[in-house]
Design a protein around this ligand. Structure first.
Ligand code: ZN
Length: 110
């Protein structure tokens, strides 16, 4: 899940593994996953984590080492590497990295 971590008086967005509950600190260590039917069509629904607790979809985030054991519990899933997923999200949102960085840097100084 994407959530907020409170650090030094600031709320920082982070990605947490839906399967183990730990923060995914490097994009290259994570996946964005979704359940799919046999034809590869996305399924909306609820998956369960490694402890059997329900997790609402449709997108899940996981460490790469957590993905395989949990896939066995939830059936077929598709995925993108977290770094690739974020790249596509950025592009699909017409994200302007340069102007957004200026705004983020300004907000960090407040
Ligand atoms: Zn994990």
């Amino acid at each position: 899940m994407i959530t907020l971590l409170h650090v030094d008086g600031r709320d920082c967005p982070v990605v947490v593994c839906d399967w183990c509950g730990e923060r995914i600190e490097k994009g290259s260590d994570g996946n964005c996953e979704w359940l799919a039917d046999a034809e590869g069509q996305p399924l909306l629904g609820v998956a369960v984590d490694c402890r059997g607790r329900p997790i609402a979809g449709p997108l899940f985030f996981a460490h790469k080492h957590c993905s395989r054991p949990c896939e066995k519990r939830n059936g077929h899933s598709l995925f993108q590497g977290l770094d690739v997923f974020l790249f596509h999200l950025e592009r699909n949102c017409s994200f302007d990295r340069r102007s957004t960085k200026r705004i983020a840097d300004l907000l960090m100084r407040l």
